[in-house]
Design a protein around this ligand. Structure first.
Ligand SMILES: O=P(O)(O)O[C@H]1O[C@H](CO)[C@@H](O)[C@H]1O
Ligand SMILES: O=c1cc[nH]c(=O)[nH]1
Length: 290
């Protein structure tokens, strides 16, 4: 089998992957992905034991055990461009032999669960609630660079969404990827609202926030609020889940995302203090996965 060249998969002198600085033994099979590097310590504060903490740039990883089960908590920073790095390097750690630089014959499936923060797009979703994503729509366009993009995207949903909102041709074409049903079943509970999430490629204009600059389509969020695909409603904006779901599905990993709602874009409400909500969410997710 042909070796993956050193320019394509950069490995550091200590044998770790280029950005994450992890070696295969550092990684658990269940990985909690968070945006904020500071949130890794919060996840690890629940661990019974910590094995290792490794950091490079915004990518901080702590591996340890919670109620006897091994978890890694890893920060991705903000945005789907970082997710391209994180998911590809996590996959390389488990599915590529880094010594021979060849893909392994047997593929391992990781469980990748994002615990994030998010803004609601329906008036009846309270701030400080938990939102479990059934699907994620990528406004970012990252997945469009991959050949298998159409195989993992819900093309009927895409078409219907683009027609309904009159999607502008200047923007990257949106993709729609479901979360892992197995993980949704594990994470679901009375305290979870389920819905369809949008990952935007920015916090301001791409999510319709106007400070001093006007947006291309000032009515986009109103149309998103009204949109319905076979009974499914779009519920929230964040910035990573679409790429996590898309790359995971293409590579054979299980992915899910659950967010603390810290703002409601319809009622214009914002959480007074979202950090206790995020802490409660982390505890809930660890309990349901362990
Ligand atoms: O709190 P995190 O996980 O970073 O998630 C959300 O917060 C950031 C924007 O403030 C984006 O990363 C968005 O997805
Ligand atoms: O409105 C919000 C809140 C958190 N994160 C986002 O991306 N958007």
């Amino acid at each position: 089998m042909e070796k993956i060249k050193s320019s394509e998969l950069i490995i550091n002198p200590d044998g770790s992957v280029f950005h994450l600085h992890l070696r295969p033994e550092h990684l658990a099979d269940t990985v909690i992905l968070v945006g904020d590097p500071g949130r890794v310590e919060l996840v690890a504060s629940f661990f019974d034991e910590v094995e290792c903490t490794i950091s490079n740039r915004e990518f901080v990883t702590t591996t340890g055990t919670y109620k006897g089960k091994r978890f890694s908590a890893l920060s991705t920073g903000i945005g789907t461009d970082n997710i391209d790095i994180v998911v590809n390097e996590l996959d390389a750690l488990v599915n590529i032999d880094l010594e021979t630089r060849t893909p392994k014959a047997e593929h391992k499936s990781l469980n990748l669960i994002r615990i994030g923060t998010s803004g609601a797009l329906q008036g009846n979703i309270p701030v400080d609630s938990f939102l479990l994503s059934n699907k994620s729509i990528g406004f970012d366009g990252m997945l469009n660079f991959y050949a298998d993009r159409d195989d993992v995207s819900d093309l009927d949903f895409e078409k219907s969404f683009k027609e309904f909102v009159n999607w502008d041709a200047k923007l990257a074409s949106p993709y729609v990827v479901p979360a892992s049903e197995k993980l949704i079943d594990q994470l679901d509970g009375d305290d979870m609202i389920q819905g369809v999430t949008i990952s935007a490629n920015g916090f301001y204009g791409p999510q319709g926030r106007v400070l001093r600059l006007q947006t291309l389509d000032p009515d986009l969020n109103d149309k998103i609020e009204k949109f319905d695909f076979k009974g499914e409603k779009i519920t929230n904006y964040e910035m990573e889940s679409s790429a996590i779901f898309g790359l995971s599905k293409m590579l054979g990993h299980n992915a899910a995302a659950v967010c603390a709602i810290i703002a409601n874009r319809i009622t214009k409400d914002a959480s007074k203090d979202y950090k206790p909500t995020v802490k409660r969410l982390i505890n809930t997710v660890l309990d349901r996965l362990s």
